[in-house]
Design a protein around this ligand. Structure first.
Ligand code: BES
Ligand code: MN
Ligand code: ZN
Length: 497
């Protein structure tokens, strides 16, 4: 079940509250005083005995005898000086998840020293704590993931606006996760486009979809080449959010570009079976773009926000593009195919050219582009590639603030730049295994107009979580949605961020 939880202000004194569970979030060093008076001495005893020390990541249910509180949960926030938003988000989501599975009903949350963003994080946690992708599973009492029945959260003080903002962050992530978790037999380029169009209609965005004929007329040769081996044709999806209230000034224009490979088999350069698994996630960049569009619309930003998605299925077949093929991208550059598994950069090439034609102020692309990036940074950090210092700082800042790890990697390596050249075409789509993530980014740069600030986010390691952990549930992570939404919200002065 992934129903969101209601959040309200507690009307009565905590002491008199008669709900199902009480959750105390406290750091190290004795914060028992935050508890309702009748529990203070009990919690002090637990602290003194070393049963609960407020250590980072600790989470326990402790027995209470007598009094109104039926179930008491304690979650640790660690040392005050080590406190981060991400720590609070993880602690809250883990605790609410546990309570939702073990008890359900309602919970009163009392937290200590959690900073000005606590209510944003509470709203976000209310959306994400119950999230699991289980729509294809029979409901089963023994299935822990599925059992979640927390419906109401109460807190002593709340800034409703901040909770609402947090909900927007949370909903956007859920939307992106839901879509990215769908398997390849459900979401293909055509059904992805249908989903985007339906979503756009619901939210008052415009959505233009180019089918294969239009793609040919528009010279999207790279996207078409990648999509050719599949029984389902490729699509270019273009969503636009425009501010409802015209302020008279020219609104800034931001374009998000997403890699939408609905399944990446590798094509004729077929992946070995171990690597095929999870390749339904190769559309994660596209799903995150949709999540960001959803958030941008809900925030009502005073900016024009575009989402461009290049959707194709990379499959081997009689009609597939091949190694040695020479194809032509929308900007006229020719590309020799070295490896059909380096397909993301091809579909993005056409999409980036299109993005530049909009003459935007900023372009940000999100893509599960290279295994090399995952090898370099691991499963918890995405790669950031940009030549624009201001954009770099802004994105690193947003990522830090929202608890998504992001690390800048180089894209100014002239030796790798040399290796982009082909003997027979303008460019070649893959090179040495060494520096593969930088090669990918530098390849993309060939399709971005100089002077337009552009950042590429390689989320190949972070898009998919093997196990539930912190804010993440098993499967799609929607990594990047928080960072990009924070970037937008910060840029356009959304209060409370
Ligand atoms: N979609 C993959 C990258 C990927 C790998 C995403 C692991 C998520 C997890 C991409 O299309 C790909 O296959 N890249 C190749 C490029 C190579 C052939 C130059 C890779 O990384 O091996
Ligand atoms: Mn591939
Ligand atoms: Zn791919």
């Amino acid at each position: 079940m992934d129903m969101a939880i209601d959040v309200s202000v507690l009307k009565e004194p905590a002491e008199d509250w008669k709900g199902d569970a009480l959750l105390l979030l406290a750091g190290e060093g004795g914060h028992a005083e935050i508890a309702p008076p009748s529990l203070v001495s009990y919690i002090k005893t637990l602290e003194e005995r070393g049963d609960f020390e407020g250590k980072k990541g600790s989470l326990m249910k402790v027995p209470v005898f007598g009094g109104g509180v039926k179930n008491l949960y304690l979650a640790g926030l660690g040392k005050t000086e080590e406190f981060t938003h991400s720590l609070l988000r993880d602690a809250l989501v883990c605790a609410l998840r546990k309570i939702g599975r073990e008890r359900g009903g309602s919970v009163l949350v009392i937290a200590d020293k959690t900073g000005p963003d606590a209510d944003v994080i509470l709203g976000e946690a209310a959306e994400l704590a119950g999230y699991v992708f289980d729509k294809y599973k029979k409901k089963d009492e023994n299935n822990d993931d599925g059992k979640f029945s927390l419906r109401k959260i109460f807190a002593p003080r709340l800034d409703e606006k901040k909770v609402a903002l947090g909900r927007i962050f949370g909903e956007s992530q859920r939307f992106a996760r839901d879509l990215a978790n769908e398997p390849g037999n459900v979401i293909n380029p055509v059904t992805l486009a249908d989903t985007a169009a339906r979503f756009a209609k619901e939210r008052g965005l415009t959505c233009e979809v180019w089918d294969e004929e239009r793609l040919a007329a528009e010279r999207m040769g790279a996207l078409l080449a990648v999509g050719r081996g599949s029984a389902v044709p490729p699509r270019l999806i273009h969503l636009t959010y425009s501010p409802k209230v015209k302020t008279g000034k020219n609104p800034k224009k931001i374009v998000f570009v997403g890699k939408g490979i609905t399944f990446d088999s590798g094509g004729l350069d077929l992946k070995p079976s171990d690597f095929l698994k999870t390749m339904k996630g190769d559309k994660s960049g596209a799903c995150c773009v949709l999540g960001v569009m959803k958030g941008a619309a809900a925030l009502g930003l005073d900016a024009e926000v575009h989402g461009i998605i290049a959707a194709a299925e990379n499959m081997p077949g009689g009609n597939s593009f091949r190694p040695d093929d020479i194809i032509e991208a929308r900007n006229g550059k020719t590309i020799e195919i070295d490896n059909t598994d380096a397909e993301g950069r091809l579909v993005l090439a056409d999409a980036l050219v299109l993005a530049c034609e909009l003459k935007p102020d900023v372009i940000i692309d999100m893509a599960t582009l290279t295994g090399a990036c995952a090898v370099a940074l691991g499963s918890w950090t995405s790669g950031l590639f940009t030549a624009d210092e201001a954009l770099c700082e802004a994105l690193l800042d947003s990522a830090r603030k929202r608890g998504e790890r992001l690390w800048r990697l180089p894209m100014d390596d002239e030796k790798i730049g040399e290796s982009l050249k082909s003997k027979f075409a303008d460019l070649i789509n893959s090179g040495s295994r060494y520096g593969g993530a930088t090669f990918g980014a530098m390849f993309l740069a060939e399709f971005v107009e100089k002077g337009i600030p552009w950042a590429h986010i390689d989320m190949a390691g972070t898009d998919f979580m093997k196990e539930e952990s912190g804010v993440y549930s098993k499967g799609a992570s929607a990594w990047g949605v928080r960072t990009c939404l924070d970037y937008l919200a910060g840029m356009f002065g959304v209060s409370g961020v």
